[in-house]
Write a protein that binds this ligand. Structure first.
Ligand SMILES: [Mn+2]
Length: 171
């Protein structure tokens, strides 16, 4: 059995794409995540079925981080600004260690990334609305969890894979 997670972030007021991704995947995957900076209300029905955290641009009362156990793995989720991700890994590494995370989901940088660090998989899905840096594509991430490895793809707003970013990482 493969466990599949859908991860998005930094939609910055673009409610339509969040709703579209939710409609596409709800009931089809094991969990859907939004890593903050939605700039939407916390009581929006949209969030039923999405794990969401608070970004630096959010005013609504989202949690600053979540922890979720799924398929025998512990997933930590936070936007990243409170853990200094602009400046390095130290504090996010410490969060992952503190909560015993196998997977740590974050955002904030608007740059897609998948990194295995000290046995923890860190995923930034990039921004679904406002990309920054070298890859000027609006993206979200799909993580497939196999018994021995992770398969990560990043998809664009037309749900097409951005092949250069596809990764297989040993668990
Ligand atoms: Mn942002």
């Amino acid at each position: 059995m493969v466990t599949r997670l859908i991860i998005m972030s930094d939609s910055h007021g673009d409610r339509t794409i969040v709703e579209e991704i939710k409609k596409r995947y709800q009931g089809q995957v094991d969990a859907i995540f939004h890593n903050g900076d939605s700039e939407l209300e916390a009581n929006d029905d949209l969030w039923n079925g999405i794990y969401v955290v608070k970004g630096n641009c959010d005013w609504a009362a989202f949690p600053e981080r979540t922890t979720l156990d799924i398929a025998g793995l512990r997933i930590a989720q936070t936007h990243g600004h409170l853990y200094g991700i602009n400046y390095g890994w130290t504090r996010l590494d410490y969060l992952a260690e503190e909560v015993g995370a196998d997977i740590c989901l974050y955002g904030h940088l608007h740059v897609p990334a998948a990194d295995m660090r000290e046995g923890v998989l860190f995923i930034n899905p990039g921004s679904i609305s406002q990309p920054r840096g070298m890859i000027q594509e609006r993206l979200y991430a799909q993580l497939d969890i196999y018994p021995d490895h992770y398969h990560i793809e990043f998809l664009d707003r037309n749900h097409q894979t951005y092949p250069a970013l596809t990764r297989d990482l040993k668990r």
